[in-house]
Design a protein around this ligand. Sequence first.
Ligand code: IMP
Ligand code: MG
Length: 177
Amino acid sequence: MSSQPKPQILFTRQEVKATVDRLAAEIREDYQGKHPLLIGVLKGSFVFMADLIRLLDFPLEVEFITLSSYGRGRSTRGELRMVKGLHTEVKGRHILVVEDIVDTGHTISFLLDYLGKKKPASLRLCSLTDKPSRRQIPVAIDYLGFTVPDKFIVGYGIDWDERFRYLPDICFVEVED
Ligand code: IMP
Ligand code: MG
């Protein structure tokens, strides 16, 4: 096997759990009785989504979408497109987008624009992490877990070229740009 960078812990699993508990409490407060549709952005949000919804004690629905951008480098560059779309009507629904990380902001802005055009009753964003130092497009994050430094984040569902998703802590790796 080729050598790979060693992940270093940024936030422990206990800190992650406490933060997901906090986000769930905020979401419970705002969405009780609204039957929201939570839309997870694959693949990075799947672990976060799984933990989050089990802390929400009211009726809701879950969908996942896949977006792709060209290139596999660190930055999101070029055109974004929807690879796996939605099977549920968005019009008139309370939509909560669940994302793993907002970096330059291109991906989530594209998705929020796309969903906004479908006339939801409300549209908000919950992101596990935010890397504001690299932002190119302004993004309002309604429910934010952690602000992270300008490092490459992995673990708790988040990958580096498909590696390290299984790590229970939020970590970072030193990688070349
Ligand atoms: P953006 O379009 O630059 O905001 O990037 C958004 C997407 O790129 C995120 O949803 C992640 O899937 C991926 N991404 C950005 N930064 C990182 C990182 O540090 N680790 C892993 N994936 C990242
Ligand atoms: Mg993502």
